[in-house]
Design a protein around this ligand. Structure first.
Ligand SMILES: CC(C)(COP(=O)(O)OP(=O)(O)OC[C@H]1O[C@@H](n2cnc3c(N)ncnc32)[C@H](O)[C@@H]1OP(=O)(O)O)[C@@H](O)C(=O)NCCC(=O)NCCS
Length: 147
């Protein structure tokens, strides 16, 4: 089941931080996550199953744009369209929002994520050299399609 997380507690933010750490080895700390969600700056969608969060998509709201902070699904649950469902939630939210664009950076080598984003109409508009320690980032954006 997908839930939009607009309000958090420190305990819940800790679960989000742990999931991010499992997926990416680094994460925002729980205090920051908790504060930013509760201030309306970060917004998460989580996929829960058996009382566990197994996937998430996080965005940061800026003045005009939504910025994808991360998307991930635990290894054992991949290839079951969970990321697709999470991305669809973001797109539905965006299409009726006041924001102009969704922006993101992704590792050049991350074929799964690049395919996912392209399948939702994201277009590459640039490259940021050495954005990651050993790798360039592809920059993608998506404007409104249905508005
Ligand atoms: C990228 C990731 C979120 C995809 O999650 P998932 O739930 O397995 O993806 P889905 O099953 O919803 O697949 C959606 C689409 O993504 C693409 N995709 C997913 N896995 C893929 C793979 N191994 N190779 C190529 N394309 C892939 C496909 O376009 C797929 O659509 P299709 O099934 O119609 O071909 C997952 O692999 C992951 O968590 N990776 C580690 C974290 C990460 O790198 N996140 C992205 C950067 S923030």
């Amino acid at each position: 089941m997908i839930k939009m997380i607009e309000k958090s507690t420190l305990e819940y933010a800790e679960n989000l931080a742990k999931l991010e750490e499992t997926l990416f080895t680094t994460s925002w700390d729980r205090v920051t996550i908790n504060e930013k969600i509760n201030r309306g700056e970060f917004l998460y969608w989580v996929y829960e199953q058996d009382d566990q969060i197994i996937g998430y998509l996080a965005i940061q709201k800026t003045l005009n744009d939504l910025h994808i902070l991360g998307i991930g699904v635990l290894k054992d649950y991949r290839n079951q369209s969970i990321a697709k469902k999470l991305t669809q939630e973001l797109i539905s939210y965006f299409e009726i929002s006041q924001f102009d664009k969704i922006l993101l950076e992704v590792r050049e080598s991350n074929e799964a994520a690049v395919n996912l984003y392209q399948s939702f109409g994201f277009k590459q508009y640039g490259v940021r050299k050495n954005y990651y320690v050993n790798e360039d980032a592809k920059l993608f954006q998506r404007e409104k399609i249905y508005a």
